[in-house]
Ligand binder design. Structure first.
Ligand code: 2P0
Length: 352
């Protein structure tokens, strides 16, 4: 009898914000990075992508694979998305070959429905949570016996930073050395519960889409920046080591300094790209000055800014310093042009 069942699996994946940044690919096809990176995963109750994957012999084969993203049809023909489909289907096909009693899902069209619980206006890149949820939903649908680390290898091919969103807490993406990318995977450096006082504040300077995409921006940097060579050879390896130690020791002073230095270093290589790339604007720089003022007033590092490929700031701080950090931002930035109309994204406690 024909199998008329609709097979379905749903999962969520969180957003992550890097404190040691990924910027540069050594292999654009396999999405292999020029350096390792480290991120903090934000709470899923605040920021996450929810994805449902389904397949059925009832779905017309002529429709092919499809993705509905925040209610709108989204293209799945891109090489990155296709690589994820291919990797996941190949793993399912081997399970089916080993056990003929399993339903033949690997040949059926896939339907994916994906939604972010954060507004596009938050100005956050959603590709990390998006591809992480995409990969895990299909892996669950296919009942693959894959570890998060193995799934990170697949999600990495969708979007580099996505490999870090398969874990909660503090996560490293090791650049690896193998040509086929087999060792370029993410792992958990520490659980969120190891340092549960960590908080992140998202300051929205602009919700506009960035001018230069990460994918093309980073390759312009690889091709033209001399400073970038120094960054991947010495700066990032030192920052990775210092950051892992700071997390292990719950040392916010070091965590904060390395976070800010690494963000500065990444944006310096963007400015050293030819022609230069500017992601931060005057509003971003006002946030940096505000963090400096807050830290000077406290007499220690209580707040640490970081900026991705856009003008919005993420500020890390500890719960006990909420008053000094969050209270001050309202004071300091209230009088700065740009922030007057900017929404303050709110407190984002990390996975607890
Ligand atoms: C990061 N960013 O580590 C860095 C910091 C932006 C600045 O990962 O080309 O969207 O899809 O692998 O992952 C953004 O890059 O790039 C990013 P692709 P992705 O979070």
């Amino acid at each position: 009898m024909a199998d008329t069942k609709v097979y379905r699996a749903s999962t969520t994946a969180p957003v992550n914000i890097a404190v040691v940044k990924y910027w540069g690919k050594r292999d654009t096809k396999l999405n292999l990075p020029t350096n390792s990176s480290l991120s903090v995963t934000l709470s899923q109750s605040d920021l996450r992508t929810l994805t449902t994957a389904s397949c059925s012999a009832l779905f017309p084969a002529s429709e092919g694979d499809s993705l509905l993203l925040n209610g709108a049809p989204s293209d799945v023909s891109g090489a990155r998305t296709q690589a994820c489909f291919r990797e996941l289907r190949a793993r399912r096909a081997s399970l089916e070959a080993a056990d003929p009693s399993l339903p033949k899902l690997s040949t059926l069209p896939l339907r994916l429905v994906s939604e972010n619980n954060f507004p596009t206006a938050a100005g956050l890149a959603s590709s990390a949570a998006g591809f992480a949820a995409f990969v895990r939903a299909i892996a669950d649908l296919y009942e693959l016996p894959a570890s998060p680390s193995e799934l990170s290898l697949i999600a990495r091919q969708g979007s580099g930073s996505a490999c870090r969103s398969l874990f909660g807490g503090y996560v490293a993406w090791r650049m690896g050395a193998q040509e086929n990318g087999g060792d370029s995977t993410a792992d958990q450096v520490a659980e969120a519960s190891h340092w549960p006082e960590m908080r992140a504040l998202i300051l929205v300077a602009s919700a506009a889409k960035k001018g230069v995409s990460s994918t093309s921006g980073m390759q312009q940097t690889v091709a033209t920046s001399g400073l970038f060579k120094e960054r991947i050879a010495t700066v990032v390896p030192a920052n990775m080591a210092a950051m892992e130690k700071a997390i292990a020791e719950r040392d916010f002073e070091v965590f904060g300094e390395v976070t800010m230095r690494d963000s500065n270093s990444f944006h310096a290589t963007c400015a050293d790209t030819y022609p230069p790339i500017f992601y931060m604007n005057d509003v971003s720089r006002a946030a940096i000055r505000a963090v400096e003022a807050i830290n000077a007033a406290a007499g220690r590092t209580v707040a640490a800014y970081t900026f991705d490929a856009g003008p919005n700031a993420v500020v890390y701080y500890l719960e006990k310093d909420t008053e000094a950090v969050v209270g001050s931002f309202y004071h300091v930035l209230g009088g700065v042009d740009g922030w007057k109309t900017a929404a303050i994204g709110g407190l984002k406690p990390l996975l607890a």
